[in-house]
Design a protein around this ligand. Structure first.
Ligand code: EPZ
Length: 445
């Protein structure tokens, strides 16, 4: 296994190009199953989740060619209908293939994507919608697979009981070839979905957002090949912005997507951060003055994105005073807290009073496990000392890497395969900004 050795304490300065959005690329690959013609995707981030998803496609008999940050996919008459457990279980998004497989071959057998380190993450909302479109889906606990079949998916009017980003995408991917019209109500508004809509329309799908939280899809007979460029990754941009702020440097982000970062930019400004517009697609991030304690509550789009809350909490450990982070999308997304405490930060858990938790929180309230908390109170500033840290999940990984860059002295970070899932060549790009990070391989004893 590999680990990072990080010598923290130096300000980061320079330019960085934001990579393509992981949470678009993964779904774009799935969309390619909807046609036998070639799909070419540009600006694909070369991260392990991308390679995992390409393995899922290859397990279905799809041919894949990677050329730099472009991927050519030709789904020559998808033959297989099973995603093997060892392939599908690595990636929650593998369940997205359900829709296209039902649409194309009428059956699918996929492993339960189930929980991961940030919560139970069931797909009940996906299943409910697909069943309304005529699929029959059963979960067999004896082998951990979902068995699905459908003679012909048909259009329906489906109202999501609660927001679901990939649930909305699952039903879009199923509806574009279904018979008749599908109307998705209470559909998610995350910007990655709009990029997927852009690709589907380039493939000939009849799909559009008709009103807030409402998507209309009219099924067509077939989709054709397309070439599409994935939008930049807003989670990357937030990570580099906070890296500039906590190290006292300044980072110019190229391929900046300010339009996707509204809630972050207003919180960042409240905290004394500066986001200087350089040009249409470039933003320079810095922290000209002291970091002001600023409370945030994560929300579905267009609110403060849950993927940003770990790096934000790290930012607030450097603020002068008390800040709170209230996580409302996932039920267990504070795995980084124990690690930040190792570096000296003072963070307490608490649960803000909420009248009706089932409707207030985006997760299913019944999925919580005893001992979970939904909020943390951070008192800063903390001069981090170095430590040995372990990354538990992708965004917690980014949080710990930022913490090590903030600390004085040399820190060791294990579990770095987590950050490799979502950030391309992260240490190379940070070192180009002045960071001192070395990737090492643990010696076999
Ligand atoms: C997507 O996850 C993203 N992942 C997440 O990014 C992101 O944090 C999240 O949307 C919110 O925007 C991808 O796009 C691959 P949800 P998703 O369905 O679709 C519960 C990252 O780090 N729920 O909107 O899984 C669910 O457990 C990742 O890049 C159900 O209970 O999120 C969660 O608590 C992390 N039943 C909440 O709802 C369902 O059927 C929101 O889930 C579906 C969801």
């Amino acid at each position: 296994m590999e680990y990072f050795v990080v010598a923290g304490g130096s300000p980061l300065a320079g330019e960085v190009h934001i990579a393509g959005a992981k949470n678009v690329a993964l779904k774009a690959f799935v969309a390619s199953l909807l046609t036998d013609e070639e799909i070419t995707l540009h600006n694909v981030p070369l991260i392990t989740d991308v390679f995992f998803m390409l393995d899922v496609l290859k397990s279905l008999g799809v041919s894949v060619r990677i050329e730099g940050n472009s991927v050519r996919i030709r789904n020559g008459h998808m033959k297989k209908s099973t995603v093997p457990l060892e392939v599908g279980a690595r990636l929650r998004t593998s369940s997205l293939v359900l829709g296209p497989m039902l649409a194309r071959i009428g059956k699918a057998r996929i492993p339960n994507p189930g929980g991961c380190r940030i919560g139970a993450r069931p797909i009940d909302r996906h299943i409910e919608g697909l069943m309304k479109m005529g699929a029959s889906i059963a979960y067999h606990s004896e082998d951990g697979y979902f068995y699905a079949s459908a003679k012909r998916l048909h259009g329906t009017v489906f109202t999501f009981p609660k927001n679901t980003h990939t649930g909305t995408e699952t039903l879009m991917l199923a509806a574009v070839l279904a018979e008749g019209e599908t109307v998705l109500k209470n559909a998610a508004e995350e910007v990655e979905i709009d990029d997927l809509i852009g690709l589907l329309r380039a493939m000939g799908a009849d799909i559009r957002r008709r009103a807030p939280r409402e998507i209309v899809i009219r099924g067509v007979g077939a989709l054709h090949g397309a070439t599409y460029t994935i939008m930049p990754d807003r989670n990357e941009e937030v990570t580099f912005a906070i890296a500039a702020a906590v190290t006292g440097g300044n980072i110019t982000v190229r391929q900046s997507v300010r339009g996707h970062l509204g809630a972050f930019l207003s919180a960042f400004q409240k905290a004394g951060g500066r986001a200087e517009i350089i040009d249409e697609t470039s933003t320079r991030y810095s922290q000209p003055g002291p970091i002001r304690p600023t409370d945030i509550v994560t929300r579905i789009h267009p609110g403060f994105m849950t993927d940003w809350q770990g790096p934000w909490a790290l930012y607030m450990t450097q603020a002068n005073g008390i800040s709170t982070v209230h996580e409302t999308v996932f039920e267990s997304r504070f795995s980084y807290v124990s690690e930040l405490r190792k570096m000296g930060s003072s963070i307490d858990f608490f649960d803000p009073p909420v009248d009706d938790p089932e409707s207030f929180y985006n997760f299913n309230w019944g999925d919580r496990i005893e001992g979970y908390h939904q909020a943390i109170r951070i008192s800063g500033p903390t001069q981090f000392h170095n430590a040995v840290l372990v990354m538990e999940d992708l965004r917690a990984g980014a949080t710990l890497l930022l913490a090590a860059l903030t600390a004085h002295g040399e820190s060791y970070i294990h579990g770095i395969e987590q950050i490799d899932r979502g950030y391309e060549r992260i240490e190379e790009r940070l070192c180009a900004l002045g960071a001192k990070i070395i990737r090492k391989r643990e010696e076999k004893l």
